[in-house]
Design a protein around this ligand. Structure first.
Ligand code: CTP
Length: 423
């Protein structure tokens, strides 16, 4: 059997300009630069004078395999062109992290008094902006004002800070987005862009496996890691949606959960209860969870011996109800629903039947028996089927790119309703 080429890392070969301003979160940047280089990105770093007091330019030069630039490098009689123009034009994408209150203010007011500030004004590349500061500074009215204004700039993806313990010993908002989240947002900027077409919509996503206990020591589950569903949730958040994520036990980078409203479940029954509560508020639902097919009719409270196990494997089980079909049945008019179908072999005909059986608007059928795609893999591929008979082949690509493709299709299902609501 012939397989398509495995998908390349979306960051490989991309020119990433890292602009670092003065917040203590700057100490996380050497690790992030190293991660970018390991994924094949080409990296250049710029430090403001305050950032240079917090993090070593020598470390950044070493890790990025390139000189790291400071204010004193901006003008040189040996350079044919000013450094801020060279860097601004070299960049394919800009990572502005951490973004301090003063660098945000300079940018919004068009000031160009540091190498970082002038490079930011000169670049035409998209910018991922990740602020970090003390929580009172973050709440200060001028900063709020600048942060809101940033959302109106073209080509900017603003990534709000997270909540937690800050270096000033306060608990609150102001921590720079986690490194794993920054890498994800950067990938999103490169694959989708900065447009917030899901603003004002609420997406409910389910992800990961369910786990149905057999006895206190064993369960029925599957190899789902939750990666596809969680990336779908993050892609929607980055496109402006309010996202609720209901997830089973996950095996992935916990940084990817940042900024999502999460509910964790273990069994299909818990998932069913969560859906009953959350369905009415959702504009759209993506049912990426790998729900177990069977569960015990009555839970076993004592651990079975190996001998008892054999007999219990074939008796005492009942089918789990079809949660997706139930969602379709009780949905309000206008709610869009995307289902998933994992298949092995040639699953297209069965996926078409499944779409009809379940009654959802879209079904993404993806293979789980091919190298580099499926459960836990970085990439995915498959067929996207629509209830009106249209179908699209999705070639192997990173799961975040697949997530964006699915969101665009789900958004298209919603668009006529949005239009009608506006009229
Ligand atoms: N699903 C669900 N409830 C179940 C089983 C599946 O809501 N009890 C959802 C999944 O989240 C997914 C879709 O239905 O979005 C298809 O899942 P799949 O396991 O392929 O479907 P099944 O109905 O279990 O069909 P099969 O007999 O092929 O396993």
């Amino acid at each position: 059997m012939l397989f398509a080429e495995p998908a390349a890392d979306p960051l490989a070969g991309r020119r990433v300009l890292v602009l670092i301003s003065g917040s203590i979160a700057a100490v996380k940047l050497p690790g992030l630069v190293s991660a970018l280089v390991q994924r094949g990105a080409l990296v250049r770093c710029v430090l403001t004078p305050s950032a240079a007091r917090l993090v070593s330019a020598v470390a950044l030069a070493s890790l990025s395999r390139h000189p790291c630039y400071l204010d004193e490098d901006q003008w040189s009689h040996q350079a044919a062109r000013p450094l801020h123009i060279e860097l601004a034009e070299w960049a394919e994408v800009v990572l502005l992290a951490p973004l301090s209150a003063s660098s945000l203010g300079r940018w919004l007011h068009g000031l160009a008094d540091t190498l970082l500030a002038s490079t930011l004004l000169a670049t035409e590349a998209p910018v991922l902006a990740a602020p970090a500061m003390n929580s009172a500074m973050w709440q200060a009215e001028p900063v709020r004002h600048n942060w809101q204004a940033l959302h109106r700039l073209e080509r900017v993806l603003p990534l709000p800070p997270a909540s937690g313990l800050l270096a000033c010993d306060r608990l609150g908002d102001g921590r720079m987005a986690a490194p794993g989240m920054l890498l994800l947002a950067l990938e999103s900027l490169l694959t989708w862009g900065w447009r917030r077409d899901w603003q004002g919509r609420r997406l409910l996503v389910t992800a990961g496996p369910t786990r149905e206990p057999l006895d206190p020591a064993r369960c029925l589950t599957n190899p789902s890691t939750g990666r596809m569903g969680v990336l779908l949730a993050q892609a929607a958040r980055l496109r402006g949606a309010e996202v609720e994520l209901v997830h089973g036990p996950l095996s992935l980078d916990r940084d990817w959960l940042e900024g999502l409203h999460c509910r964790s479940i273990t069994t299909a029954a818990e998932l069913e209860q969560a859906l009953a509560v959350l369905q009415p508020q959702a504009s759209a639902i993506a049912m990426a969870a790998a729900v177990a097919d069977h569960r015990r009719t009555a839970p076993l409270l004592d651990k079975l011996s190996k001998r008892e196990l054999e007999s219990q494997l074939s008796t005492g089980w009942q089918a789990v109800p079809d949660l997706l079909a139930a969602l379709v049945e009780r949905r309000a008019p206008g709610q869009a629903i995307l289902g998933f179908a994992a298949f092995s072999g040639d699953g297209l005909a069965e996926a078409q039947r499944k779409l009809q059986r379940k009654g959802c608007d879209l079904l993404f059928a993806n293979p789980i028996d091919r190298p580099g795609v499926g459960f836990g893999a970085a990439a995915n591929e498959g067929w996207l089927l629509a209830a009106d008979g249209r179908q699209w082949r999705l070639e192997p690509s990173g799961k975040l790119a697949v997530a964006h493709r699915l969101l665009t299709a789900l958004g298209d299902v919603l668009s006529p309703q949005d239009q009608a609501a506006r009229e």
